[in-house]
Design a protein around this ligand. Sequence first.
Ligand code: FES
Length: 108
Amino acid sequence: MSRRIAVPALQVPTPGNRILLVDEGSSIALFNVDGQLYAIDDSCPHQGASLCSGRLEGQVIRCCAHGLRFDLASGYLLNSTRLRVASYPVEVIDGQTFIVFFPEECTP
Ligand code: FES
């Protein structure tokens, strides 16, 4: 069963921006790329740097620590399927934005 966290309307990032959300001990980075919202774990799977503070290059986030780049939609390291940051669906229902967690993404 999935779990949803509601993003307060005033915190939903505008195009080109991002926010960091903390929910039950998890830090989630929420990006807005040309009106499309993407949610990923804030922690880089390489050595844990914050991806929210990374450099946004279109739909790709470049980690500020060592420069690895991740596709915001899939979470995968570019040109690889071996390293991935957890990514979460984002739904907008009646104007309310939700980040959706599925059980396999909720377990440590
Ligand atoms: S911690 Fe992100 S690339 Fe090394």
